[in-house]
Design a protein around this ligand. Structure first.
Ligand code: MF3
Ligand code: CO
Ligand code: CO
Length: 265
């Protein structure tokens, strides 16, 4: 079932979204060579709790055959696409790292992700980060009542593939609100004019995973970490959005919190 949210519900979701966007901004100065991913996880958890919110990824279990996710953030270094578990691994100069953060505040979920360069990265990595951000922006530009989900997917796929990149098929965006994962599932590929129509009050994520090479994926033995089949780089950016009468409201405005150093990558 797809639930349409009222203006006051979207107002409440804006607070949850702002919180997770703010957490990305707080993390940015810590994303440097030598930092352990587990330290980043601890910083975010402390911030979320200090704001009166709760983590939402920790303990998440999509099915009984998968172990509960053990951390507050998901990390994804280089060829990791999504759902890496932050631990003792240290970031190194030239890495790229996706940081995905979910939190629940006042009963509403915010969900967002940003891929940062670590120190100076290769020209290839810089281009991937830029195009992945542009893919998310291209999808946002399609969001308004009456458009279809295929329009969003096509916007992402066309741009990514025009650069020779692959769009991950097996994972997508999702409705979000009271729960982290609600209906509908949202593909980051597709055909214009196809799929369900967008309606005012829908709230969902757009979170394309853009691979430098082929779109294929592989799941590691930890049951969570997903990497590229060809071991090439992958980047992801995620916003929680609401469909408004006039178009799209981004509820996770990390661009207000993340400085130029990362954006210039
Ligand atoms: N990062 C995923 C998303 O944005 C959710 C991760 S669930 C977790 O939808 F358990 F891995 F954290
Ligand atoms: Co997320
Ligand atoms: Co999400």
């Amino acid at each position: 079932m797809i639930v349409l949210r009222s203006k006051s519900e979207i107002e409440a979701m804006r607070r949850a979204g702002d919180l997770v966007a703010h957490a990305l901004g707080l993390l940015q100065p810590h994303i440097r060579p030598g930092v352990r991913l587990g330290e980043l996880d601890r910083l975010v958890e402390e911030f979320i709790v200090s704001e009166g919110a709760s983590t939402v990824y920790k303990g998440y279990q999509p099915s009984p055959s998968v172990p509960p996710f053990p951390a507050t953030i998901c990390t994804a270094v280089n060829e990791e696409i999504v759902h890496g578990i932050p631990g003792s691994r240290r970031l190194r100069e030239g890495d790229i790292v996706g940081i995905d953060i979910g939190a629940i505040l006042g009963g509403w979920v915010g969900d967002t992700c940003y891929t940062f360069p670590v120190g100076e990265v290769s020209p290839e990595a810089k281009k991937l980060l830029k195009v992945a951000r542009e893919c998310l922006a291209a999808a946002l530009a399609e969001v308004r009542p009456g458009k279809r989900f295929g329009d969003l997917g096509a916007a992402i796929q066309d741009l990514a593939e025009s650069h020779g990149y692959g769009v991950v098929r097996e994972l997508g965006g999702h409705g979000v609100g009271r729960e982290l994962h609600e209906e509908p599932h949202i593909n980051h590929f597709g055909q214009r004019g196809h799929g369900m129509r967008l309606r005012e009050g829908m709230t969902f994520t757009i979170e394309p995973m853009i691979n430098a090479g082929s779109p294929g994926i592989r799941l590691l033995k930890d049951g969570w970490t997903i990497i590229t089949e060809d071991r090439k780089l992958s980047a992801q950016y995620e916003h929680t959005v609401a469909v408004t009468a006039g178009g799209c409201e981004v509820l996770t405005p990390w661009y207000l919190y993340i400085g130029e150093a990362a954006e210039m990558a």
